[in-house]
Design a protein around this ligand. Structure first.
Ligand code: ADP
Ligand code: MG
Length: 141
């Protein structure tokens, strides 16, 4: 499915809407250039999951765990991975990220997912974000 957004808020809201459909166990792989909107998308997804904590790019720490305390939700954690600075898939394996890939109570979202495609499960759903003129973005889900 293809979406066009023309500002940051629309990308945020698109991801927020998508979050409402998640059941847990999903892995979302974001692909797009620097500045495409991968972190904005992640912030929207987190908001949709009821996370109030500020979500920032985990570039320097590779992975961040956001607990979800909403009693009405089966999803207990959002894992945010940013593969921008990794040298190889081994870096992701080393921090134990794969442990989360099979957890039914967890949603994993990965920026620069194309860099670690080899170790991502088959069920991974990729979201491609492409920069267009100005603030336009084409988002393929
Ligand atoms: P990435 O994580 O892909 O490097 P960010 O989400 O950190 O990118 O940043 C995207 C930048 O692009 C932000 O500064 C945001 O304000 C801007 N922007 C402009 N238009 C859009 C849009 N339609 N969707 C998402 N971000 C947008
Ligand atoms: Mg980012």
């Amino acid at each position: 499915m293809q979406h066009l957004t023309t500002n940051e808020k629309q990308t945020f809201n698109l991801a927020k809407k998508i979050a409402k459909k998640l059941k847990g166990g999903e892995i979302i792989g974001l692909i797009g250039n620097l500045g495409a909107g991968k972190t904005i998308f992640t912030k929207g997804l987190a908001a949709g999951l009821g996370i109030e904590q500020t979500v920032n790019s985990p570039t320097f720490i590779l992975m961040k765990v956001y607990p979800i305390r909403n009693l009405n939700s089966d999803i207990k954690n959002l894992i945010h991975i940013d593969a921008y600075r990794i040298k190889s898939e081994q870096d992701i394996i080393a921090i134990g990220a794969q442990e989360y890939f099979a957890r039914p109570d967890t949603v994993v979202i990965i920026e620069w997912a194309d860099k670690i495609k080899k170790i991502l499960p088959k069920k991974t759903r990729f979201v491609n974000i492409k920069n267009k003129e100005g603030d336009k973005r084409i988002i393929n889900i």
